[in-house]
Write a protein of this length. Structure first.
Length: 282
């Protein structure tokens, strides 16, 4: 389930790139539409499977400030930053940069426990740093090969994704994945509506465009979250993180096959270094 969820997320990155490149879909429009639609799917499933948890979460006013914070940081910022990074670069690069979230989680854990990184963790940090430099410069430190906005959005996405693994933990433990995802996705989509006006600024989609949008909502968002989180509950966060490396691999392969992404040898070396960091930073 975790592996399949990661693959769906990776393919979803390339599908989003196709929507932006071939149909001129704005990243904010994609984020708004799929957050509203996926939020509705999560809530429908929560209402059908865990109605008491859903009703309890809605009535519990003390949970709403944290729900709002998670909606703004863990959903809205993650979605917008990720899509913007894909728009400026490509699905593979954006997904690998997102993997740097483990460094921010490590920093949080070290500050919380008042300790320094261990030897393995330090090696992972060094690999991630060198890998990111290689991706950004192509090995020539005097030139920035990667567009600066793409690099910045990728790092912002990594920071927000790190928050995703920390902030909603208590809410999910109390109210369940479906309820928390449904409420936070819906709030995030509603927040974007006045700025995006999705009914007015919708791109012109043909049959293939509609199919891509259906996939990004049903498979790439709802299905990916359901599979990944469901699998993580069964095998634990550590093994899920390792198997989650299927996401950047799927994004890179699908980006080359479907979106015409081109990578230099230094890109693949940088990707390998960052993925190696995943197995060192635990």
């Amino acid at each position: 389930m975790v592996f399949a969820g990661g693959v769906l997320w990776g393919v979803n990155a390339t599908v989003s790139k196709l929507l932006m490149a071939d149909y001129q879909a704005d990243p904010l429009w994609i984020a708004c539409v799929r957050e509203l639609a996926a939020g509705a799917l999560f809530l429908a499933c929560a209402g059908a499977t865990t109605p008491k948890l859903l009703a309890g979460a809605v009535r519990d006013r003390r949970s709403w400030p944290q729900m709002l914070l998670c909606a703004l940081v863990c959903v809205l910022l993650v979605q917008v930053a990720y899509l913007s990074a894909i728009n400026w670069t490509n699905s593979g690069t954006a997904t690998v940069l997102q993997t740097l979230n483990l460094l921010f989680v490590l920093a949080y854990v070290c500050l919380r426990d008042r300790r320094l990184p261990g030897l393995r963790e330090g090696a992972g940090v060094a690999l991630a740093f060198v890998g990111t430099v290689l991706i950004a410069t192509g090995g020539d430190l005097t030139v920035l090969k990667l567009p600066l906005p793409g690099l910045v959005w990728g790092i912002v996405d990594a920071l927000a994704t790190a928050a995703l693994s920390i902030l909603p933990a208590r809410l999910i433990a109390r109210w369940g994945n479906l309820t928390v995802n449904g409420i936070t996705f819906l709030i995030s989509g509603v927040v974007l509506v006045p700025f995006v006006r999705p009914w007015a600024d919708a791109p012109q989609l043909d049959g293939m465009g509609v199919a891509l949008m259906v996939f990004t909502v049903v498979g790439g968002t709802f299905g990916a979250f359901w599979l990944f989180l469901g699998g993580m509950m069964r095998i634990g966060a550590m093994r899920a993180t390792m198997l989650g490396t299927s996401e950047p691999v799927a994004a890179t392969v699908s980006g080359v096959a479907w979106a015409g992404a081109v990578f230099a040898p230094t890109d693949f070396v940088g990707f390998a270094m960052i993925l190696a960091m995943v197995f060192l930073v635990r």
